[in-house]
Design a binder for this molecule. Structure first.
Ligand code: SF4
Ligand code: SF4
Length: 446
């Protein structure tokens, strides 16, 4: 038996020691993955990863020392043991360790909910279109300065299309500088409205460190699916050239490839084009996501297995072309799912209302920049976690956080969701193992 990853520090410090029992069962949090050398055993509560070779596998049911080791490490547990209870106890300890509410330092600022594109799949279709006025932009800056407690602030410019009202960004950033507030910013944008001067300004005045730009395909497909409100030129060429300007200026550019059944083949061609133009930049990363259907007739795959396999194939291609990211197991304690259940992050809408979810611009607000306190019941509602009977025997339970109010999980948790999570977890474990093996090769060369 070989240890690939140790138990996480938090879990090993609070786990009681376990004695070898009479009759035992395999922990329900143990994920077993066959590999060439035997089997990987990953414990999703403790975070420990072991390799059992074929000799170990033949012996683990009968060989006392091995059974003892696996029991001590919680891979084998007594038959009557309530594992969920133990997972809940560890969750409670995590809650106690959660950083206490302090200053308000992370904001998602909607400069507008309007947009210069009309993507057919947009989850915001049909929502009210509002621009932030100059007066509100000044008030937003004053609010951030008042509540940051002298600490650095991070702002994500969001929309709609945030650049469709870049004047609000100018006002807020200039005011923050005047107030002596230290800040950096990131942006989720379609990238269309940039030009050379604006890219320079984004770096020098908006302190823009990262931008996420979504692409849906090569020129004809992109132009059709984005359906910009402008009639001249090719938006695709303009956005691609802006991506080049941003990369050249040192901004980290993260390109999100929106995939459905209709554009899956074309995305392969787009990846070739991206590689040809931008592969040399180390500040570029590209990743794929499967489009979610918010009732806007996206191209459905024949089955979720087919969707997942197309998605995985594209991700692997991106990794092999050195533009994608290999995902590893999270070793840090995860306290929350997203900004909605995080006490230091808030959205600010164009009219000054304050919310908890970057994908919610219509309801569920907790207050406004013009009020001194927030609606604590609504804050609590955003933190409520989804629990279903299947959680009791679910491998994912120790690490799963699903929020009831999250639109992404509005359908609850289906068998497919769990299967997809298992596939993703398996891939991360295999990536860890590959990393471990390549480290050993390097060590033996030294
Ligand atoms: S994946 Fe689904 S069943 Fe499993 S713990 Fe999370 S919500 Fe519960
Ligand atoms: S959509 Fe869900 S995951 Fe995204 S910010 Fe809102 S609550 Fe969080």
């Amino acid at each position: 038996m070989e240890q690939i990853l140790e138990q996480s520090k938090l879990v090993s410090s609070v786990l009681p020691s376990q004695a070898l029992g009479e009759s035992e069962k395999l922990s329900l949090y143990c994920l077993r993955i066959p590999v060439e050398e035997g089997e990987l055993w990953y414990h999703n509560l403790t975070g420990e990863l072991l390799l059992l070779d074929y000799a170990d596998l033949g012996l683990f049911e009968t060989e006392g020392n091995l059974k003892d080791e696996l029991s001590k490490r919680w891979f084998l547990v007594p038959k009557q043991h309530d594992e969920k209870k133990l997972a809940d106890q560890i969750r409670t300890v995590k809650e106690l360790l959660k950083p206490q509410k302090g200053n308000l330092n992370h904001y998602v600022v909607f400069t507008t909910t309007d947009c210069n594109a009309r993507c057919f799949y947009c989850y915001e279709l049909g929502r009210r279109r509002m621009h932030m006025t100059d007066a509100v932009a000044h008030d937003v800056a004053a609010y951030i300065a008042k509540n940051c407690g002298g600490k650095p602030v991070k702002i994500l410019w969001f929309g709609g299309e945030p650049l469709f009202n870049h004047r609000a960004i100018d006002i807020i950033t200039k005011d923050l500088v005047a107030e002596g507030v230290e800040f950096t910013s990131t942006m989720a944008s379609n990238g269309f409205l940039f030009d050379e001067a604006m890219v320079k300004q984004a770096v020098s005045e908006w302190n823009l460190s990262r931008i996420q730009i979504a692409l849906d395909g090569t020129e004809a497909i992109y132009n059709r699916s984005k359906a910009y409100i402008y009639r001249d030129g090719s938006p695709f060429q303009r956005v691609m050239s802006n991506i080049g300007l941003l990369l050249e200026s040192g901004v980290n550019v993260s390109i999100r490839l929106n995939m459905d059944a209709k554009n899956a083949d074309d995305l392969d061609a787009l990846v070739d084009e991206l590689a040809q133009r931008y592969q040399k930049y180390t500040n570029l990363s590209v990743y794929a996501v499967l489009l979610r259907d918010f009732g806007h007739s996206i191209g459905e795959f024949e089955s979720w297995e087919q969707a997942l396999s197309r998605y995985k194939a594209l991700q692997e291609r991106l990794i092999n072309m050195r533009m994608g990211h290999v995902k590893y197991l999270e070793r840090d304690i995860r306290f929350n799912q997203c900004m909605a259940d995080n006490d230091s992050t808030f959205t600010i809408l164009p009219d000054g209302r304050v919310g908890k979810c970057e994908h919610e611009s219509e309801e569920g607000f907790i207050g406004s920049i013009y009020e001194d306190s927030f609606d604590q019941d609504m804050i609590g509602a955003w933190k409520e976690q989804l629990r279903i009977p299947e959680c009791d025997s679910c491998l994912q339970y120790p690490t799963c956080i699903r929020l009831k109010k999250c639109a992404w999980h509005a359908h609850g948790c289906t068998e497919h969701d769990r299967a997809e999570m298992r596939i993703n977890l398996t891939q991360k474990v295999l990536n860890e193992y590959e990393r471990y093996k390549s480290g050993k090769v390097k060590e033996s060369l030294v």
